[in-house]
Design a protein around this ligand. Structure first.
Ligand code: HEC
Length: 252
């Protein structure tokens, strides 16, 4: 009896702590204070679209430079953050015409993160004597997404069923959409959902393979590519992944 009481007395501080006000995580997901930037419900879709489009275009700007970036004879490639940012902004201009001040603020943070990612990789990009330096559009998008997330709370990912990087593991929803897109006509779409206590808008935009991707993502499945990853066994035109955007919406 005494022993049992002592046990309960010893437990009291822990029980009190567990029910206290400070530091209690929301059940089933992220606490809402992780979301720094929120958009109106009416702007959720267009904002997610804009972010996804910007990431896709940033990937293309890098993709267009891959021949130069993988040339082992070149040292300094001149592919600086500033150079990249200028090209990236120009390619996104047509999408920026009618955006709201909130969207402008969010996209400015994405521009900042994307430039930062290129700046951070200068040593890697400018290495001489190495062809593949593991600098790729997907890596840029991943690193940009992390920095963008830290300033906005907006989550961007590139999930794939056969992911290489662990941060691209698809969640249940993304897995369903990837499976569906692999079988039928893939078209970007979005929906409202909950993340813990926070209402969010999720947007899923298919990433489609083109012939130059196949050196690493093509056939034969399982054979090692030049970076040592297993090839995916896919064809040109196949959906390899998604640009997945999750953005918090204001309560209305
Ligand atoms: C030289 C090999 C190579 C080529 C060519 C290549 N990729 Fe990748 N891809 C990778 C590697 C390595 C990663 C993991 C990058 C990271 O996150 O650091 C990756 C990641 C990805 C991802 C994210 C999912 C994952 O596996 O983590 C997508 C989507 C993707 N690539 C699409 C493409 C597309 C589309 C093309 C052509 C435009 C392409 N890749 C060309 C090697 C390649």
């Amino acid at each position: 009896m005494m022993k049992k009481m002592l046990f309960i007395i010893l437990l009291i501080p822990f029980i009190a702590n567990a029910t206290g006000e400070v530091g209690i995580a929301a059940k089933g997901g992220h606490p809402e204070y992780l979301f720094l930037d929120k958009v109106k419900q009416s702007e959720a879709k267009s904002t997610a679209y804009l972010i996804s489009k910007a990431i896709g275009l940033g990937r293309l700007v890098i993709f267009a430079q891959m021949k130069k970036l993988t040339n082992p004879k070149l040292g300094d490639k001149g592919f600086t953050g500033e150079y990249f940012l200028e090209q990236w902004k120009t390619s996104l201009e047509p999408e920026m015409i009618d955006i709201s001040p909130t969207q402008q603020g969010i996209i400015d943070k994405l521009f900042w993160a994307g430039k930062q990612s290129i700046d951070n990789n200068q040593d890697r990009i400018n290495v001489k004597g190495v062809k593949w330096k593991h600098f790729l559009p997907a890596k840029w998008a991943r690193e940009t997404g992390l920095m963008f997330n830290s300033r906005t709370g907006i989550v961007t990912k590139q999930p794939s069923l056969n992911y290489r990087h662990p941060s691209n593991i698809p969640d249940v929803k993304e897995r369903d959409i990837l499976t569906e897109f692999a079988q039928s006509n893939a078209k970007a779409r979005g929906e409202f959902a909950m993340m813990g206590k926070q209402k969010i808008y999720r947007y899923f935009d298919p990433i489609v393979l083109v012939p130059p991707c196949l050196a690493c993502h093509g056939k034969p499945k399982g054979e090692l590519d030049m970076l040592g990853f297993e090839k995916d066994g896919l064809n040109s035109g196949d959906v390899i992944g998604l640009i997945s955007v999750s953005i918090a919406v204001e309560d209305q």
